[in-house]
Design a protein around this ligand. Structure first.
Ligand SMILES: [Ca+2]
Length: 479
């Protein structure tokens, strides 16, 4: 039960004399107010956070619909902004950041609420700094002053004050640069991957399908009594639509008391505790960093958790060292054995993928757990054969194809199966094909394997992200 006082807090969304009344005709408020109350009932101890998140979500939808919102943040709903910045109800996405000095951002017409730098300051990551303290732009990526980075396997660079990048050669044959960090051989654990309509691969390499279009816990730390940093990674799948791939509508990571959310197709921003931040976001003194990487997003923590999201249908998670056997969720327990990955939250084995998926579903949202024959017709053997040809998904497994250099590191089987099924589902849509291939390429590149040029003028030339008119270094998006 929630108290009348709490009910009033959520009620701000739907009150007919409240600050959002002008939006009610555009975005029906009762569902949002009800969800807010439901969450409050489940998490009464996080009252402020829960209410603010729900209200901010509603405000965001209203602003997206072009509605001008009245001032609503009173003492009950206050947000705090970092030093040298202040809150604005309606700030334009194009306001100044250090990286916009190099590449001006396109202004969007709609505004968002969030923190804005004070006069004379600009965003460098999530901090507001005087313009003279802006960092460097190197090959299209922004780095803060004094940041050390590795643009290639052979170079270590530092961004110095004044925007100057100084690089020197490094030589250490066993080390490779992976996702911008120098990695030397250790007992590397595998990555957990979600791709396409329903394909999952656990840390320990178990491949399975979950057709549910729900929100799920992919992985979370489940050690108790340890000093290990707690974290949770969740995804929300797209609701089922006839003959369409259910991609990943949102990805969220909870760590260091932050809740970070990335949304499908939303380039250049991450929502941190309900407040939208421009990328790159360097949070908690660099303990959490979110960068744009190619057409997607790269999120990493200082203890080695790495989450990559293509902002469409693919997520790959690298488990941090020291969590072997101490992870829970759809990505499995990360103990090096694939046969014990289907576990219920209480540690008992689940009989099959469906029951396993269902157990890690977020229970507070209604969703479809199966895909009906109507929405997902069975793929006939005949059609499968067509889509397994080299001009379709067969390119992934072709021993003479552009990806054969990666086969010994990452098996293409999961990606090729997902590709065939998704093409069957969508009757051979080219954008689906190109994205499927890109997922495999991303997984390969993340381990440091380079693949041959595969995009050609006649094949997947354009990026699969709608509305993106940007040029990537080298023309190939890497996620
Ligand atoms: Ca296992």
């Amino acid at each position: 039960m929630i108290t009348a006082e709490q009910e009033k807090l959520c009620g701000i969304i739907s009150r007919t004399d409240g600050p959002f009344r002008g939006c009610h005709a555009m975005v029906e408020p009762s569902k949002y107010a009800e969800n807010c109350k439901l969450d409050l009932c489940l998490h009464p101890e996080q009252e402020e956070e829960v209410v603010c998140q729900h209200v901010a979500r509603y405000v965001d939808l209203c602003q997206a619909a072009g509605v001008t919102i009245e001032e609503w943040r009173t003492n009950d709903f206050w947000i705090s902004c970092p030093a040298h910045s202040h809150y604005e109800l309606c700030s334009l996405d194009c306001s100044r950041t250090c990286s916009s000095i190099f590449t001006p951002l396109r202004c969007t017409e709609r505004c968002r609420e969030g923190c804005v730098c004070d006069e004379g300051f600009v965003f460098s990551g999530d901090e507001c700094v005087p313009m003279a303290r802006c960092g460097c732009l190197h090959h299209g990526f922004y780095y803060k002053v004094e940041e050390i980075f590795y643009p290639t396997d052979l170079e270590e660079c530092e961004c110095q004050a004044g925007g100057m990048v100084v690089c020197h050669e490094i030589s250490s044959p066993n080390c490779r640069v992976v996702n911008g960090e120098l990695r030397c051989p250790t007992n590397t654990s595998g990555s957990c991957v979600v791709t396409g309509d329903r394909s999952y691969l656990s840390f320990d390499g178990k491949a399975f399908d979950i057709p549910g279009a729900c929100s799920y816990i992919l992985t979370e730390s489940c050690t108790d009594g340890d000093d290990a940093q707690h974290f949770v990674v969740k995804i929300k799948k797209n609701p089922r639509q006839k003959k369409k791939v259910s991609g990943i509508e949102a990805l969220s990571v909870e760590v260091y008391g932050l809740s970070l959310t990335l949304e499908q197709g939303k380039i250049g921003t991450v929502v941190v505790n309900s407040v939208s931040h421009r990328l790159p976001a360097i949070l908690k003194q660099g303990q959490v960093q979110v960068h744009e990487h190619g057409a997607g997003i790269h999120l990493q923590t200082d203890f080695g958790l790495i989450v990559r999201y293509d902002l469409h249908h693919y997520v790959a998670i690298t488990a941090p060292q020291g969590y072997q056997g101490h992870l829970c969720g759809l990505c499995g327990n990360n103990n090096g054995k694939s046969e014990d990955d289907f576990l219920f939250p209480d540690g008992h084995p689940a009989p099959n993928a469906i029951a396993f998926g269902s157990a890690w579903k977020m229970s507070n949202m209604a969703c479809e757990e199966e895909c009906s024959e109507d929405d997902c017709p069975v793929c006939t053997e005949e059609k499968k054969k067509v889509f397994q040809k080299p001009n379709y998904c067969g390119i992934l497994t072709d021993p003479h194809g552009p990806f054969s250099s990666c086969f010994s590191t990452i098996s293409p089987a999961l990606y090729s199966d997902a590709c065939t099924r998704d093409l069957c589902l969508t009757k051979g849509r080219t954008d689906v094909l190109c994205r499927s291939i890109q997922s495999y390429v991303s997984s390969c590149q993340a381990t440091g394997v380079s693949v041959e040029e595969w995009r050609k003028p006649s094949f997947c030339r354009k990026l699969g992200v709608k509305g993106v008119g940007r040029v990537f270094p080298g023309g190939i998006p890497v996620v």
